[in-house]
Design a protein around this ligand. Structure first.
Ligand SMILES: C[S@@+](CC[C@H](N)C(=O)[O-])C[C@H]1O[C@@H](n2cnc3c(N)ncnc32)[C@H](O)[C@@H]1O
Ligand SMILES: [Zn+2]
Length: 265
């Protein structure tokens, strides 16, 4: 049995030509970029994920390889656990899914609520497949995933537990203690370290927690702004403090990723 489910009736979804169809006849067309929209129900209000501007700015920044230390670390971890299929939940514009699909011999499925993110992801033309869906009801069969990755995104414990195979892995990444330390020091008088915690997830055991990262040099004002926009600080900083950063022509800052590897019991 395949791993994709019909989001309406939860029976298996199979590709037929340019569509995905279930046995009850629910049909989802493959968009011209190559992704499939499996979002059902309300499409209004805040149920849209990240917008066009956020998606484009994130793609332009990540494609320059600034977070390559994280994608390398993820590929090393996944290689060592011999996962055959990977689910990238809240995959954004597909940078990490593409890197994994290109470097490793495994099937990669990327899901995100934002149609714009998924459109950009599918346009990468990588071996990964991309779908629009809400992570609170991932249209993926129970116990079917070897390894789910979850990077800088909201969390849905119940769904991760349902879709990952017993003995399978959940790799969750959030900013490490010193992430963007020099960037924060350029804006704030007294920057604080991020807390690194590993919450207990019922049904999972923490295998290990590791840090990955390096120093990156942003030699373009647009990259400095793009990176700042990718952080929550952008939305909580005064115009005066923002200006301290945006007046810089170049910035060398540490990137520090806290990677937790959980294993389903
Ligand atoms: C900060 S971005 C991270 C994207 C990607 N993981 C990365 O590290 O580049 C968070 C992503 O979560 C997506 N998202 C937010 N709520 C979601 C939901 N309920 N279901 C699926 N995706 C969601 C957003 O659209 C956005 O692409
Ligand atoms: Zn159906």
């Amino acid at each position: 049995m395949g791993i994709l489910l019909c989001p309406v009736c939860k029976s298996e979804l199979k590709q037929q030509g340019r569509s995905f169809v279930c046995e009850k006849g629910h049909c989802f067309d493959i968009a011209k970029e190559g992704y499939v929209n499996l979002l059902t129900g309300s499409k209004s209000g805040d149920l849209t994920g990240d917008n066009k501007d956020m998606a484009r700015s994130r793609k332009a920044f990540l494609d320059k390889g600034y977070f390559g230390s994280l994608s390398d670390a993820l590929c090393d971890i996944i290689k060592n656990i011999h996962a055959e299929n990977i689910l990238d939940i809240c995959c954004g514009e597909g940078y990490y899914a593409e890197e994994i699909a290109n470097k490793l011999n495994c099937s990669v499925y990327g899901f995100d609520l934002s149609k714009e993110m998924i459109r950009l992801a599918a346009k990468r033309k990588s071996k990964a497949e991309f779908f629009v869906a809400n992570m609170s009801g991932i249209p993926i069969a129970d116990n079917s995933i070897d390894c789910a990755i979850h990077l800088f995104a909201p969390f849905c414990e119940r769904e991760f537990l349902r879709v990952i195979k017993p003995g399978g892995y959940l790799i969750s990444v959030c900013p490490g203690a010193k992430h963007l330390w020099e960037m924060k020091a350029a804006v704030y008088e007294k920057p604080y370290e991020n807390e690194e915690d590993s919450p207990v997830l019922p049904g999972f055991s923490l295998d290990k927690a590791v840090n990955a990262g390096n120093h990156i040099t942003l030699a373009d004002k647009r990259d400095i702004e793009a990176l700042f926009k990718m952080t929550p600080y952008y939305y909580h900083t005064s115009a005066q403090d923002k200006e301290k950063l945006l007046s810089l022509d170049t910035l060398t800052t540490r990137v520090d990723f806290y990677i937790r590897i959980y294993r389903k019991d």
